[in-house]
Design a protein around this ligand. Structure first.
Ligand SMILES: Nc1ncnc2c1ncn2[C@@H]1O[C@H](COP(=O)(O)OP(=O)(O)OP(=O)(O)O)[C@@H](O)[C@H]1O
Ligand SMILES: [Mg+2]
Length: 380
C-alpha cells in the first residue's frame, strides 16, 4: 500500500524526503570504516536515514551491513544475544545458513529458528547466550571474525544505543564494548540514539569510554522548502492541492519536527476536499493536539507547582535569567537553588531543552497544548 503521509515508523521510498547530505555522509563513512554517532530528538528521522544509507550500499560487494534496534535490551546479555543473532542473520545469505553459521562462529550453542515478532523479518534466531556459555569478548568479536572469513568489511548499526547507558553497571559494559571494538580492523559502527543528554554523556564526556569513538552527527531538521515540495507532491498524488503558505504554516507549527510535519500534513489532507483552506489547517492542527493530549496530560502529571510555574515563564517568552529576583518573584519560582533544580529536572524529563538562546520547550506540540491548558487554567 502506498501511503500519502507516514508517521510513527521509519520511512522509505516516496515517503522519505531530503537528507541527501546526511545520507551521502553516512554512506561514505560506512564505505570507509569510519565510526559514526548519530543523535537527534525522538522521531526526527535517525532510523530512516540509517536505513536509507544501508539501502544505498546494496550492490557494494565489499561492505556488508547489519542493523539492530536494542530498545528492548534490558541487560548486558540481552544485548549480546541481540548483537550475535543480528550479526549472524544479516551476514548469512539464506536462512538455511543461520544455524550453520551460528555453530561455526559461536561454539557451544543450540540455536533455534522461530517465527519472529519483529515486523521486519519473518523468522528470528535465538541463541541462548549466557555468561556460562560465552564471554562478552567472544560475542563482541564475532563480526570481526566473520568479516575476515568473508574478506569483506562489516558496518554494524546499533539503534537506540542510549539503552546501554541505562543498564546496571553501564560503565563496565561500555568499557568492554569499546575495549574490543577499537581493535577491529574490518568492522565499523554506527551508534544512533535519542535522549540527547544521555547520548551526549556517553560520547562527549572525556571520562567516558566512548569519548571520541567516532564522528558525531547531529541530525538537523529538514528545511521548510524540502517539506513544501514533499507535502505538495503528496497532495497532488491524490488529486488535491495545498498552497506554499499552508505548507510553511505546517512547518512553523511543528518546528519542522519530522514526525509531526507528516502527521499534521496528513490531518490537513484528511480535512481537505480539493484545495486546502486555512480552516482545513486549523482543524488539522486541533486534531493533532487532541491526538497528543493524553500524552501531554501524562507528561505534566506529578510535576510540582514550581515546575509548572517555570514552564509558564517559558510560555510567556522568558528563556533566560530565571535566577533573577524579578523573574523568581513574578513567576513564583522559590529560591535560586530551587530554580537550578527545577531546570535540571525538566531537562532530564526532556520537557525543556537548552538551545543557543536559552531554555525552550523540547516538543512544539506539547508547548501548544500546555499554552492552551494554562490559558484555560487562568480563566478558571
Ligand atoms: N527523511 C524523511 N522524510 C520524511 N519524513 C521523515 C523523514 N525522516 C523521518 N520522517 C518522519 O519522522 C517519523 C520518525 O522517523 P524515524 O522513525 O526514522 O525517526 P527516529 O529519529 O528514528 O525516531 P525514534 O526516536 O522514535 O527512534 C517518520 O515516521 C516520518 O513521519
Ligand atoms: Mg528510531
Amino acid at each position: 500500500m502506498t501511503k500519502v503521509f507516514v508517521y510513527g515508523m521509519s520511512v522509505d521510498g516516496d515517503n522519505f524526503t531530503d537528507r541527501k547530505k546526511e545520507t551521502a555522509r553516512l554512506k561514505l563513512n560506512f564505505e570507509n570504516g569510519i565510526n559514526t554517532i548519530l543523535i537527534s530528538p525522538r522521531r526526527m528521522g535517525k532510523t530512516s536515514v540509517v536505513k536509507k544509507a544501508i539501502g544505498e550500499l546494496e550492490g557494494n560487494d565489499d561492505v556488508m551491513t547489519v542493523y539492530m534496534d536494542i530498545y528492548d535490551c534490558r541487560s548486558e546479555y540481552d544485548f549480546y544475544n541481540k548483537f550475535a543473532a543480528s550479526v549472524i542473520q544479516q551476514t548469512a545469505g539464506r536462512i538455511e545458513q543461520w544455524v550453520d553459521n551460528a555453530r561455526e562462529f559461536l561454539s557451544r550453542l543450540s540455536p533455534k529458528i522461530s517465527f519472529s515478532t519483529d515486523p521486519m523479518s519473518e523468522y528470528s534466531l535465538s541463541l541462548g547466550i549466557t555468561p556460562a556459555t560465552h564471554s562478552p569478548e567472544e560475542i563482541l568479536n564475532l563480526p570481526e571474525i566473520i568479516a575476515r572469513k568473508k574478506g569483506k568489511s562489516i558496518v554494524i548499526c546499533i539503534d537506540e544505543f542510549q539503552q546501554i547507558g541505562e543498564m546496571t553497571d553501564s560503565l563496565s559494559i561500555q568499557k568492554r564494548l569499546r575495549g574490543v571494538w577499537q581493535h577491529q580492523q574490518n568492522c565499523a559502527y554506527c551508534l544512533s540514539g535519542s535522549k540527547k543528554h544521555l547520548m551526549m554523556n556517553l560520547f562527549q564526556n572525556k571520562r567516558m569510554p566512548f569519548y571520541m569513538f567516532g564522528e558525531t552527527m547531529l541530525l538537523e531538521r529538514i528545511p521548510t522548502s524540502d517539506w513544501t515540495e514533499y507535502i505538495q507532491g503528496r497532495f497532488e498524488s491524490k488529486g488535491k492541492r495545498i498552497s506554499e503558505k499552508l505548507c510553511a504554516l505546517i512547518c512553523d507549527t511543528t518546528e519542522n519536527y519530522s514526525s509531526y510535519v507528516q502527521q499534521l500534513a496528513w490531518n490537513v489532507f484528511a480535512e481537505t476536499e480539493d484545495v486546502a483552506t486555512e480552516q482545513n489547517f486549523d482543524d488539522g492542527k486541533d486534531a493533532l493536539i487532541a491526538q497528543y493530549s493524553a500524552f501531554c496530560q501524562q507528561t505534566i502529571q506529578g510535576l510540582s507547582t514550581y515546575q509548572l510555574n517555570f514552564m509558564r515563564a517559558i510560555l510567556s517568552g522568558v528563556h533566560s535569567g530565571f535566577g533573577s529576583k524579578k523573574i523568581m518573584e513574578e513567576y513564583n519560582l522559590g529560591s535560586k537553588s530551587n530554580v537550578t533544580r527545577i531546570q535540571d529536572v525538566l531537562i532530564e524529563k526532556e520537557i525543556i531543552e537548552k538551545r543557543k538562546d536559552g531554555l525552550f520547550f523540547a516538543d512544539p506540540i506539547f508547548a501548544i497544548w500546555f499554552g492552551r491548558e494554562s490559558h484555560v487554567g487562568m480563566r478558571r
